[in-house]
Ligand binder design. Structure first.
Ligand code: UD1
Length: 389
């Protein structure tokens, strides 16, 4: 057990969100904080790393997230600028609020920046989704994960392999608690509200009636810098999507980074195909509906690998590695790298009725956030007497 915390202030729990994949992880935690013991005082801080209506506001609405109490409005920038700006703007908030602890989720720049500020001020930090490792330091998220886990006080994990990764980095097992997956809490809480994929297909210009009953289509998301920032990588990937779309109509939800690079490299014609529908980033409920009904999903996202595993939908991950190995060992995920021939083979196998069925991993049961909040309350928030008794 962590030593009864003498450094914690008596103020609220500060919950941090910054970028799109944080929102669905924090939503169930906020709900659990509200429910726990008549409500634990908490404050929601949005760093503003993502700021577009469709990267941020729409997700807040879909997930019924409260309006952030504080928005640091840092916006885009280089990694150094973005990280430094979050730190600079978050520090006075910590001074003002004297939080009992800071809760960070995932692996984005805001996660690390806020952790660093809080830890240096002696405020305990809880990291949700700790211990995942791609072992690829070229991914900015990997650097954020390793550093956040080193200095945070309590590490909540989504799968058991995370503990092995953390032990290898010298982290004491006492700091680690296996709680399950908050992202899947959100998925299960919202599944019944998901937008019918036919509606989204129609909006995307694909007539669902012509795609079979139920409609057959694939969903694509690509946004990793390693996949979309270089023409020599992006061009063959888009050519591959063109080829796949001749077999299976595709809906591509385009991240602003990817859209900008397609324009910059003049690659638009590759995806201007009758079988390809290009959409802006989708809301949470649209995406959930699209994924639930999809024949397959092709992605380089982290979270989507987990969501497709929870939904039992085959997922092809266009990366050389994954920090979420359970989605491969137990779920529906297959790593296909970036070799177009290998990806096409994997697509054909799924279309021929193959593809992984998978099973839902341990503790991906909709109650991870409750476990986290119960543990937080016991460790940091006015429950020290109970812990010490
Ligand atoms: C960030 C996360 C990544 C996560 C992804 C999900 C880091 C290091 N990366 O990457 O882990 O998977 O979010 O989307 O934190 N932009 C907009 N509108 C916005 C936000 C960004 O147009 O609301 C544009 C900006 O021009 C920016 C680019 O998208 O340069 C990339 O945004 P940024 O936040 O730097 O990183 P992501 O690629 O989104």
């Amino acid at each position: 057990m962590i030593a009864a915390d003498t450094r914690a202030g008596s103020g609220p729990v500060i919950c941090i969100v910054g970028a799109r994949p944080n929102f669905m992880k924090m939503a169930p935690i906020l709900r659990a904080l509200k429910a726990q013991g008549g409500g634990l005082p908490h404050v929601l801080v949005h760093t503003g790393q993502h700021y577009d209506a469709d990267m941020s506001d729409k997700l807040f609405t879909d997930l019924r997230l409260p309006k952030p109490d504080i928005n640091l409005e840092v916006g885009s920038g280089t990694h150094a600028v973005q990280t430094a700006e979050v730190m600079r703007r978050f520090e006075p908030i910590v001074d003002d609020l004297a939080p009992s602890c800071v809760v960070v989720v995932g692996d984005v720049n805001s996660t690390l920046a806020c952790t660093l500020v809080a830890v240096k001020k002696g405020v305990p930090v809880a990291h949700v989704e700790a211990g995942l490792r791609s072992f690829d330091r070229a991914m900015p998220e990997e650097v954020n994960r390793v550093l956040t886990d080193q200095i945070a006080d309590v590490l909540y994990t989504t799968e058991r392999t995370a503990l092995d990764n953390l032990k290898r980095e010298g982290i004491a097992a006492e700091r680690v608690v296996f709680v399950g997956n908050v992202m899947i809490d959100s998925l299960l809480a919202n599944r019944a509200l998901a937008v019918d994929p036919r509606e989204t297909l129609r909006r995307a210009g694909l007539d669902p009636a012509r795609l079979g009953e139920p409609p057959r289509y694939g969903v694509v998301t690509l946004h990793r810098p390693s996949n979309v920032d270089h023409r020599e990588v992006l061009e063959p990937l888009l050519a591959l999507l063109r080829d796949v779309s001749a077999r299976l109509p595709l809906v591509i939800a385009l991240h602003p980074r990817t859209r900008a690079n397609i324009e910059r490299f003049g690659l638009g014609p590759l995806v201007a195909q009758p079988g390809i529908a290009l959409l802006p980033p989708q809301g949470y409920l649209e995406m959930l509906g699209l994924m639930s009904g999809a024949t397959l999903v092709l992605t380089d996202s982290g979270g989507i690998q987990e969501e497709t595993t929870a939904l039992g939908v085959p997922c092809l991950t266009a990366r050389e590695n994954t920090e979420r190995p359970i989605t491969i060992a137990q779920g529906t995920n297959t790593l296909v790298g970036r070799d177009p021939a290998a990806i096409l083979r994997a697509v054909d196998e799924i279309l021929a009725g193959g593809g992984k069925r998978g099973r839902v991993p341990e503790f991906w049961d909709g109650h991870a956030a409750e476990r986290i909040v119960a543990d937080l309350a016991r460790r940091f928030i006015g429950r020290r007497e109970a812990v010490e008794a």
